[in-house]
Ligand binder design. Structure first.
Ligand SMILES: *[C@@H]1O[C@H](CO)[C@@H](O)[C@H](O)[C@H]1NC(C)=O
Ligand SMILES: *[C@@H]1O[C@H](CO)[C@@H](O)[C@H](O)[C@H]1NC(C)=O
Ligand SMILES: *[C@@H]1O[C@H](CO)[C@@H](O)[C@H](O)[C@H]1NC(C)=O
Ligand SMILES: *[C@@H]1O[C@H](CO)[C@@H](O)[C@H](O)[C@H]1NC(C)=O
Length: 396
């Protein structure tokens, strides 16, 4: 009888296999009490441990109710597994103690139909190759729990999450806060819908650069900042603190809402716009003032400013140049200032001054703290607003 079975097995292995299963109906399932190892359903990866049918390697396997079999946990080796079914070559097991090897031999020679589950990875996981070996890994958009016994679907930005579980889509940089997947640095960041990631604004926290890339044209910079305060007893205390924040790269200026756009004379294109807050436009591939005859770039702010006499709008459009104001729709020099040929405003005659603040185009210089003609033989003519020579008129 036994001989007949072996011969048939070689010829019709699949057929015999089914008979083999049905002929051992006495096998017990998970949790059933048992005496011998063979009492338990080995095709489901079970063995008899402490008189109960359990997964043979509890540290790497977990019983799945839905698959009715022991499956391999996340992060455990699955070299002998082909996505859900065991392969027939498991004898070369590496990390085997006596019992384990024996079991694997048994399961592989008995072979398992895929319907019985066999020793595959847990649900929503695949056996994937990583550094020459195969490991059970959660499928895309699934993340493992701490024990590796479950792959749960990842929560996306704004979706519900459990704060005790690391459940938010890590690649998006979100974390679980107040039961929602959010960007970790609150108003230092925003969620970029197109790229599906959290981004840090210019000036914003980027202390975990992998999770918080900066807005375009900005980089994450760490700097030691000296902070100091004086105690009540007048003792100065100084400590250094590391501040890690996104800063606009050189050539880009930060807008009030935390983005970095091309600064004056930076290369630009339709995809790399110029800072519209600075009223710069992309002209022949460089960021420049849109109206060069009526505007100039302020060296301190990098913004285009409307020249004196230019039409202005105090709510929008470029502001008037330094020391000028928008009055009745036109830029005018403030009191105490006079216009230069460049349509800017510098201090007028007799005004208190600092070096280079007087209208040198009118012949004025800062002398003894007041704007005066640069040569004391000249007189200031109020009607033309200029220092004029007096020698010829006094000679007459
Ligand atoms: C398991 O399936 C995944 C996805 O279909 C595939 O990438 C992987 O190579 C498979 N692993 C094996 C061992 O066949
Ligand atoms: C198998 O395990 C049992 C208990 O865990 C032990 O008593 C026995 O010696 C082991 N057998 C082999 C071959 O290692
Ligand atoms: C940035 O975030 C980190 C981590 O949450 C925090 O420790 C640090 O104080 C933050 N820095 C600033 C400037 O907000
Ligand atoms: C006035 O001063 C400015 C800056 O100091 C200089 O660029 C300019 O040439 C001077 N103009 C005259 C007329 O000297």
């Amino acid at each position: 009888m036994h001989r007949v079975l072996v011969i048939s097995l070689l010829t019709f292995s699949t057929f015999i296999f089914i008979i083999d299963i049905s002929s051992t109906l006495a096998i017990k399932s998970y949790g059933d009490s048992c005496n011998k190892r063979k009492d338990c359903d080995s095709s489901a990866g079970l063995t008899c441990l402490k008189n109960s049918c359990q997964c043979s390697r509890p540290e790497s396997n977990v019983y799945s109710e839905s698959a009715k079999a022991c499956l391999i946990r996340i992060g455990r080796r699955c070299d002998e597994v082909k996505n859900g079914t065991t392969s027939s070559s498991s004898s070369s097991s590496s990390d085997a103690d006596g019992n384990t090897t024996e079991f694997q031999h048994e399961s592989s020679t008995t072979a398992q139909p895929s319907s019985s589950g066999g020793l595959g990875c847990i649900e929503n996981a695949d056996c994937k190759k990583l550094r020459a070996r195969h490991w059970c890994q959660c499928r895309e958009n699934f993340i493992p729990n701490a024990e590796g016994t479950e792959c749960r679907s990842m929560a996306k930005y704004g979706e519900f999450c459990d704060e005790n579980e690391d459940q938010c889509d890590r690649l998006s940089g979100t974390v679980c806060l107040d039961g929602n997947c959010q960007c970790p640095f609150a108003d230092h960041q925003y969620f970029d819908q197109y790229e599906g990631i959290c981004k840090s604004f210019a000036g914003g926290n980027c202390s975990i650069p992998k999770m918080s890339p900066c807005v375009p044209n900005a980089e994450c910079v760490s700097a030691q900042v000296r902070m100091g305060y004086t105690t009540e007893k007048g003792i100065k205390k100084i400590h250094t603190k590391t501040v890690t924040q996104c800063l606009c790269k050189s050539g880009y200026s930060q807008t009030s809402n935390g983005f970095c756009f091309g600064a004056y004379m930076t290369s630009c294109s339709s995809k790399q716009p110029c800072s519209s807050e600075d009223h710069l436009a992309c002209v022949d591939g460089k960021c420049k003032c849109r109206n060069p005859l009526h505007e100039m770039v302020d060296e301190n702010t990098g913004s285009c400013m409307a020249l004196v006499g230019t039409v202005c709008d105090s709510r929008r459009g470029p502001r008037c140049v330094e020391n000028a104001e928008c009055i009745d729709g036109h830029c005018e020099c403030n009191g105490g200032y006079s216009i230069t040929p460049k349509k800017t405003c510098l201090l007028d005659y007799k005004e208190p001054c600092t070096p280079n603040s007087c209208n040198n185009y009118s012949g004025l210089a800062c002398i003894k703290g007041k704007c005066d003609c640069f040569d004391s033989y000249l007189l200031y003519d109020v009607s033309t607003k200029a220092c004029v020579g007096v020698s010829s008129s006094s000679d007459e």
